[in-house]
Design a protein. Structure first.
Length: 323
């Protein structure tokens, strides 16, 4: 998540969790019957301001899970997270710093109910929302949404690509490396990946053949009540042999039709050598080709396509809560 929205009157800040309030939010959007884009802004009576929906992390939450929960609590609407819109950094009145991560979030249903926290929600055009919100940082996030999401919001599809969770050291494993299992931390990472992936709307699972790849998506599969499909083209061996075939497999899950609440979003559970090979080939000749595609264990790439072409690649290095 490389986009930054910082208060220009502040000097750069070195953040640490002990002195920083961590939060997440989103630009919740919908398409009208005429194809126009509307975004949600909420009024907070405590501050008598208008803002984008957002809130602080609960203990044990990953950032995308917080964003989805806060949207539901403040707007009453369900959503699917999509492109990263970066982060806002600013100082609170008590001297602490606040760091807020944002995503675009496609509305999938629900109804606003007024509360003490948010007593009003309005659906506005992006331009009107920029005028309505009370803070320049929210205006900056909306500007990012307008430039990176709005031009193709009616044609977006996404695929999620993850690296398997931690599986100990290869040198310590005496058997077939494909059978090397997740270690204790890896199992925890897999548990945290499940709600994070569901926040991005994942309903279909494809995995490379090694046990550690299958185990990484096992909690998600159990929660969804589905059986992952094993595909040899997306693992290290298959992708090294034929990156073209690996990319073809990934692209087979991209539909350039109009997304809706029933659309299928697929996660591919892969490996550390395969992922850069896939992404380098996928982004060749695009503005995304300069990204560093090295991926930490349990790291996640959210790949957004419009008209079948890759338009964004957002990276989350881990599903474990920030602490």
């Amino acid at each position: 998540m490389s986009k930054k929205h910082s208060n220009e009157n502040e000097k750069p800040v070195s953040f640490d969790s002990g002195k920083t309030v961590l939060a997440a939010g989103a630009v919740l959007y919908r398409l009208t019957d005429t194809g126009d884009i509307e975004v949600a802004v909420v009024h907070r009576p405590r501050y008598d301001d208008w803002s984008l929906p957002k809130g602080k992390l609960d203990r044990g939450e990953a950032l995308p899970v917080t964003a989805k929960r806060e949207l539901l609590e403040e707007t009453g609407h369900e959503c699917i997270l999509g492109q990263s819109l970066g982060e806002s950094n600013y100082r609170l009145k008590n001297g602490a710093f606040k760091r807020v991560w944002y995503w675009a979030a496609r509305e999938t249903g629900g109804e606003f109910v007024a509360s003490d926290e948010c007593d009003r929600m309005d659906w506005l055009s992006v331009s009107d929302a920029v005028e309505r919100v009370s803070y320049e940082l929210d205006q900056s996030v909306l500007a990012t949404f307008r430039s990176s999401v709005a031009p193709h919001a009616d044609r977006l599809r996404q695929v999620v690509l993850i690296r398997h969770a931690r599986a100990g050291d290869r040198s310590d494993w005496k058997g077939d490396d494909a059978r090397r299992p997740l270690d204790k931390k890896g199992l925890l990472q897999a548990e945290y990946l499940a709600p994070q992936l569901r926040a991005f709307g994942v309903t279909n699972i494809v995995t490379a053949e090694p046990d550690r790849c299958i185990q990484t998506v096992a909690p998600l599969a159990e929660g969804l009540g589905i059986t992952p499909r094993v595909d040899h083209t997306i693992g290290d061996i298959g992708a090294s042999k034929s990156p073209k075939s690996a990319v073809k497999t990934l692209l087979s899950f991209v539909d350039d039709g109009v997304p809706d609440a029933s659309g299928t979003i697929t996660v591919l559970s892969s490996q550390g050598t395969a992922i850069p090979l896939i992404l380098e080939r996928l982004t060749k000749g695009t503005d995304l080709a300069s990204l560093d595609f090295s991926t930490k264990k349990s790291g996640q790439w959210t790949l957004t396509f419009a008209d079948g072409k890759l338009v964004d690649a957002g990276y989350l290095p881990r599903p474990l809560p920030l602490s």
